[in-house]
Design a protein around this ligand. Structure first.
Ligand SMILES: [Fe+2]
Length: 296
């Protein structure tokens, strides 16, 4: 270790801003002058020892405070190029937190797709989840289609049960709205919506023993239970893929509402079983017509 290293280290320890800012700022002119003299000695020793160490001339040393500070910083800068700044290193080490945002982002930047037909937003969204959502969209559309067929049946002039027609029309819209919610979610997660075929539903809902109203309502109850099971299956796929966000989406938007629908339609089935196929059905229909919401 040469004389320049020992001396400059002692100066650096005194004047490093983060170590003692006030002492750096309040160096008196006499202190600066003594530093200058010491620097001259140090530089002379250094130039004898290694003429390549310092690039600024000794003649540039002056008595002005500004220039002394400048030269001091030049010396420290020159020194720091040859020796690692262990004080600066320690300042990171004290907190134990080394923030390296660009290092952490580098991997994610490489994951951003450059191909135009790929989603930019997709992150931790499994193919199984994407496929299951498309299947659920198809389920919702199929049920919407069946409810729409029921609406068309009860709206006929020779059936004329306007309450049931209104109820099934609203139910059809609601199932379509569910399908749309899943489509929006699919796009939000960076999946691709793929619509599948919808089966043609029956156009006749009369039943020789139960009558049309009870038969249609029992069919609606079965459809709601099937939908509930499909939603549970969808949730399981999300859970198996560790997709917490998708689990929350299914839970908060569908499962609670589905249970409410099953309870409501179960009550309608029970009431229709009580009233039979004749006059009672007309009263039930009037109740649905004036119930307000009418949707499952
Ligand atoms: Fe639904």
């Amino acid at each position: 270790m040469n004389a320049k290293y020992i001396f400059a280290k002692s100066i650096y320890a005194k004047c490093t801003p983060h170590e003692n800012k006030s002492s750096y700022k309040t160096l008196s002119s006499s202190s600066v002058l003594s530093l200058q003299l010491s620097l001259s000695l140090s530089l002379s020793l250094s130039l004898h020892h290694d003429s390549k160490d310092l690039s600024f001339p000794l003649s540039s040393l002056s008595s002005s405070s500004h220039n002394n500070h400048l030269l001091l910083s030049q010396l420290l800068s020159s020194f720091s190029k040859k020796k690692p700044n262990k004080w600066a290193h320690n300042s990171h080490g004290r907190s134990g937190v080394v923030f390296q945002p660009f290092e952490e982002l580098r991997q994610d930047l490489n994951l951003v797709p450059s191909v135009p037909d790929q989603s930019l937003a997709r992150q931790k969204f499994a193919g199984d989840c994407e496929a299951a959502i498309n299947e659920q969209i198809n389920v919702e559309y199929n049920i919407s289609y069946i409810y729409h067929a029921m609406y068309a049946y009860f709206d006929r002039d020779n059936i004329a049960l306007r309450g049931l027609a209104h109820f099934f029309k609203e139910s059809s819209y609601e199932e379509r709205d569910h399908a749309q919610k899943f489509m929006e979610y699919q796009n939000k997660r960076g999946g691709r919506v793929k619509l599948q075929s919808i089966l043609m539903p029956s156009s006749e809902f009369d039943h020789p023993e139960k009558g049309d109203a009870l038969y249609a309502m029992e069919l609606a109850l079965s459809l709601e239970k099937v939908t509930n099971q499909k939603l549970i299956n969808l949730r399981n796929v999300a859970e198996q893929s560790n997709d917490i966000q998708m689990v929350d989406f299914v839970d908060s938007n569908f499962l609670a509402e589905q249970v409410e629908s099953i309870k409501k339609i179960s009550e309608y089935v029970a009431q229709l079983r009580r009233v039979g196929k004749g006059h009672g059905v007309w009263h039930f229909d009037q109740m649905l017509l004036h119930e307000g919401d009418g949707a499952a």
